[in-house]
Design a protein around this ligand. Structure first.
Ligand code: 6YU
Length: 496
């Protein structure tokens, strides 16, 4: 029965680990994970700058509350600060937007007055919430979230800000461009013009004020791995091809690694959508059914990178939690730069301040998404350092600020990820997510069921792009197999 079923999981990120955990607990004896790299965790990746812990990948537990499996696991393993465990913290609902203390600097080298900017922030937040609540039953009147936001902002500016002086109105529009760039990072997209208006509301937030792992996010994956039987994960084992639908009724799947072939009854594929987009044609034999392939292509997978910048002493106030850099030539409501090579740095919206200082020192995290971010990855560390130094000097008007060192992520050029996380691109709908998670062979086929299953961040209906989403998809596919074996009659069990 299920004890004898051979299950191979491709990818040792959190989705693969979660699937293995559940299958092992349910009594499956032949579960293994094949991981391309020498480490587990995938996009959960804790690094160091000097002796300070930084997150190269996932940063927060989004919506830490009882319904969030990542929060529950982290609490169980004792990985959280007492603050994060307080019921008040779990009850706060900010719809994914963090109530941080901001500072604004402009490209003219002065700090901006918060009061001048407040109406722009308020308007943007209202419009983003409106986009999330938007339902697309009547077709899509707006091609993208970006198109909607731009039109609404310009209309609002013309009607409601017509008596505001020209300079202030222009400044507010520049602030909105900055907020669009923030939104690009949140959504992991090049531009909000590429994000579907009709599908934007599919993403759901959970209550709870986002928190971090004081000892690093990898504590989560480490703890989970330690509970698995020793040797369950094979590292440095990239899977090159999944041959499915062989005529054999037992072990109908054959997995090719470099110089090695393995057979299995079931394979759970958890590779990132970016990897799938690039390698689907060689990864599956026979190829993916057309409807699934089209959904792989339609769904978005974008880049969001971090640039950690360390200083000997802070140039920001002690209470400041986020620093925004507003370009005063961007009143056209834009989230893309005119020329990537010469002005990629304009895409960086600013910095979050790592807190508390006792733990992190004087450390900022810059955020940059899109093609500008992908280009940044190709530059040398010195080139990035120079660009960041010039930027900070220009915006603060302080010509002597000098970073001690930087550390950046390069997710687009990571060969096993090919970007950061998924989003719902223009023309996407819930159907694309259904198609992506649908097992092979597709429904209605007469061959052996559940040969290839799909988990991973991008396959979750409403928590795609997050760690908790990824965990839930791993559990979902494990449950699919568990309930399959609890339903079928003994004669249908794969023979071992
Ligand atoms: C979250 C956060 N966070 C920042 C950045 C990134 C991501 N996320 P994995 O890739 O982990 O595993 C696959 C494995 O497969 C991997 O080990 C590969 O090596 C392996 N593999 C590939 N090919 C293979 C082959 N051929 N053979 C064998 N093995 C192979 N999530 O909850 N909080 O703060 C962030 C952030 C820079 C890059 C994030 C965050 C996303 C998570 O990291 C990610 O979803 C999971 O780790 C994925 O796990 P997995 O197992 O699926 O894949 C309104 C609205 C909008 C919607 N979005 C709003 C939400 C905001 C999302 N925010 C993210 C923000 C940050 C900052």
């Amino acid at each position: 029965g299920h004890r004898d079923a051979k299950v191979v999981i491709i990818g040792c990120g959190i989705a693969g680990i979660a699937a293995a955990q559940k299958l092992v607990k349910a009594g499956f004896h032949h579960v293994r994970i094949l991981e391309a790299t020498g480490r587990s965790g995938g996009r959960i990746k804790t690094g160091r700058i000097g002796d300070k812990i930084v997150e190269i990948g996932a940063n927060w537990i989004h919506g830490p509350c009882e319904e969030n499996p990542v929060f529950c696991l982290a609490r169980q393993y004792g990985l959280l600060d007492p603050e994060a465990l307080k019921p008040e913290n779990q009850a706060l609902d900010v719809r994914g937007h963090l109530p941080w203390v901001p500072r604004f600097f402009s490209s003219s080298g002065r700090e901006l007055n918060a009061e001048d900017i407040l109406p722009a922030q308020k308007l943007f937040l209202e419009l983003i919430n409106e986009s999330s609540d938007f339902q697309s039953q009547r077709g899509e009147p707006w091609p993208s979230v970006g198109d909607f936001l731009r039109a609404q902002v310009q209309q609002h500016a013309a009607e409601k800000w017509k008596d505001v002086d020209e300079a202030t109105r222009s400044l507010r529009l520049c602030v909105i461009s900055n907020m669009l760039k923030v939104e690009c990072c949140v959504n992991g997209t090049h531009s909000m013009d590429e994000v579907s208006m009709g599908a934007f509301g599919l993403y759901k937030t959970l209550p709870g004020l986002d928190c971090t792992f004081p000892g690093g996010y990898e504590g989560l994956t480490q703890n989970l791995i330690e509970e698995l039987p020793a040797g369950l994960v094979t590292y440095n084992k990239p899977v090159r091809c999944v041959n499915w639908n062989s005529a054999k009724s037992a072990e109908p799947v054959m997995i090719e690694c470099d110089g090695q072939k393995l057979v299995a009854d079931h394979v759970i594929v958890t590779v990132p959508l970016g990897y799938l987009k690039k390698h689907h044609s060689t990864l599956f034999h026979p190829p993916l059914p057309l409807h699934k392939l089209l959904s792989v292509q339609r769904l978005g997978f974008g880049t969001n990178n971090k640039i950690f910048v360390e200083f000997d002493s802070p140039w920001w106030d002690a209470d400041c939690e986020v620093i925004f850099f507003v370009w005063d030539d961007e009143d056209a409501v834009v989230d893309q730069v005119p020329d990537v090579q010469t002005s990629w740095i304009k895409k960086l919206f600013g910095f979050t301040v790592l807190k508390p200082t006792e733990r992190h020192g004087h450390l900022l995290c810059g955020w940059i998404s899109g093609h500008e971010s992908e280009y940044m990855e190709t530059l040398s560390e010195q080139q990035v350092t120079d660009a960041i130094t010039q930027l900070i000097r220009r915006f603060t008007g302080n010509p002597i600020i000098t970073p001690r060192r930087i550390l950046r992520s390069q997710w687009f050029h990571d060969p096993w990820t090919c970007g950061s996380y998924s989003n719902l691109g223009k023309g996407c709908s819930e159907q694309d997510l259904d198609n992506l998670m649908e097992p092979l062979p597709p429904k209605g086929s007469k061959s052996q069921p559940l040969q290839v299953l799909f988990a991973g961040e991008a396959t979750h209906h409403c928590y795609f792009s997050t760690v908790h989403g990824a965990v839930l998809t791993g559990w979902r596919e494990a449950d699919r197999l568990i309930s399959h074996y609890s339903r079928i009659t003994p004669s249908e069990f794969p023979k071992s």
